[in-house]
Design a protein around this ligand. Structure first.
Ligand code: GDP
Ligand code: MG
Length: 447
């Protein structure tokens, strides 16, 4: 996950001030110095860092903080608010046309992720908003690029408009929009060509396409892994095309995250989406506040819940809740639960969104092993109906039989039984909490 280094350092700073009954100006000074270093190390643009640190300092030594009852927490609040502001404050949505189709141009350097994001965005628009996009192949310089978009279209079962490599992109754009109107596609997403560097020919072409397309959005696709260079690229594209927003891709990589924190400040254009992987469902709306929370180790429970809502069947979720309430959760439910969680994506990503997860020792190195999950499944499947409902009847003989049936060992069976037991205990705590009693321990928002 991106931001790991930054998150570690900032969380270290925060730990020092949390719970402090008194925060002196000296404390604030030290803290801001560390914040400054953390940001610079994360490759945030130095001008941006300077401004940000200045604002944090001003606010942190102000009345708002020093005279409050919980100065430590107030300082953190200031840092979080400033980080949020830096990344754009409010979430920024797609600007839709009054009269369809809404036209979106994807621009950016080669390899930034334009073609992939074109597919992801179309997928998101359909899944979340029931839209019917038309994808347009305008990267005519590489035949493989057209093929790539066509393949994505096939995977998504969505129409792709292309005229091969011999027609010029301006003409393709014009024809594509006419076709979208004819076929009642409410969105047109244009995949354009990139270059290795910003160059005049490319900009000329994009400007001409812009004139013809009159797009509602020009989204600049930027590879977050490119660090400071991403900021320069964003500046040039913005100067030439007056982009409307940015898509940051490859935030799943171990980028230091500086680009994400600088682009809005430098271009004054919002980051609208974040690419979190190569798959077609790995595009997220970018929420500055949630991202700030993630960076500061406060977790991003809202995104997690949204993820659960789009993947977990609502009726099943309700049933599960009922079972948890009445404590009739069985191994069958456990299996069901596992398959739902699997649908939500890699477990490592999900864990990263839990508050405080960064602090759990060793979590970063956890590789949630698909093979291990398969073992768990096999173990449960080797249980009898009765055993799944009443694991307390399990004895040595039964365990041996299950281990044999599932191709695992008795100690693996034991481990699972123990985990299941702990899970049930945790659910009990959660349901107690919901009843207003105070419980301790983690919440599992995806259950
Ligand atoms: P284009 O040249 O701008 O059209 O870039 P492509 O869409 O062809 O993407 C270049 C490479 O980046 C491909 O291998 C993609 O799978 C990969 N890619 C794109 N977005 C992401 C992302 O969010 N995360 C990761 N890990 N890879 C991505
Ligand atoms: Mg491409």
């Amino acid at each position: 996950m991106a931001f790991e280094g930054l998150a570690d350092r900032l969380q270290g700073v925060i730990k020092k001030v949390t719970g402090k009954g008194k925060v002196s100006e000296q404390d604030v000074k030290e803290m801001t110095r560390e914040v400054r270093l953390a940001l610079l190390e994360a490759d945030v643009n130095f001008k941006v860092v300077k401004d940000l640190v200045k604002r944090i300092k001003e606010r942190a030594v102000g009345q708002e903080v020093l005279e409050s009852l919980t100065p430590g927490q107030q300082v953190i609040k200031v840092v979080k608010e400033e980080l949020t502001d830096l990344m754009g404050g409010e979430q920024s949505k797609i600007d839709a046309a009054d009269r369809p189709p809404t036209v979106i141009m994807m621009v950016g350097l080669q390899g930034a992720g334009k073609t992939t994001t074109t597919g992801k965005l179309a997928n998101l628009l359909r899944k979340k908003y029931n839209k019917t996009p038309l994808l347009v192949a305008c990267d005519v310089y590489r035949p493989a690029a057209i093929k790539q978009l066509e393949t994505l279209g096939k995977q998504l079962q969505m129409p792709v408009f292309s005229m091969g490599t011999d027609t010029n992109p301006v003409e393709i754009t014009e024809k594509a929009i006419a076709k979208a109107k004819e076929d009642h596609n409410d969105y047109v997403i244009i995949d354009t060509a990139g270059r290795l560097h910003v160059d005049n020919d490319l900009m000329d072409e994009l400007q001409k396409m812009k004139e013809i397309a009159q797009p509602n959005e020009i989204l600049l696709v930027v590879d977050a892994m490119t660090g400071q260079d991403a900021v320069n690229v964003a500046e040039s594209f913005n100067d030439q095309l007056d982009i409307t927003g940015v898509v940051l891709t490859k935030l799943d990589g171990d980028t230091r995250g500086g680009a994400a924190l600088s682009i809005k400040a430098v271009t004054d254009k919002p980051i609208k989406f974040a690419g979190m992987g190569e798959k077609l469902d790995q595009l997220e709306a970018f929420h500055p506040e949630r991202m700030a929370s993630r960076i500061l180790g406060m977790g991003d429970v809202l995104t997690l819940i949204e993820k659960a809502q789009t993947t977990v069947d609502e009726k099943q979720a309700k049933e599960l809740e009922e079972k948890m309430r009445t404590m009739s959760f069985t191994f069958d439910d456990f299996l069901e639960q596992m398959s739902q969680v699997k649908k939500m994506g890699p477990l490592e990503d999900l864990l990263g969104m839990l508050p405080g997860a960064g602090k759990i020792k060793g979590l970063k190195n956890i590789q949630v092993d698909e093979k291990q999950l398969a073992h768990v499944e096999a173990i449960v499947q080797s249980m009898t109906k009765e055993e799944r409902i009443k694991p307390e009847i399990m004895n040595a003989g039964r365990k041996k039989r299950i281990a044999k049936g599932s191709g695992t060992s008795v100690s693996q069976v034991n481990r699972l039984l123990k985990q299941f037991d702990e899970m049930k205990k945790m659910m009990k705590q959660m349901t107690n909490m919901q009843k207003g009693k105070k419980g301790k321990g983690m919440k599992f928002p995806f259950m």
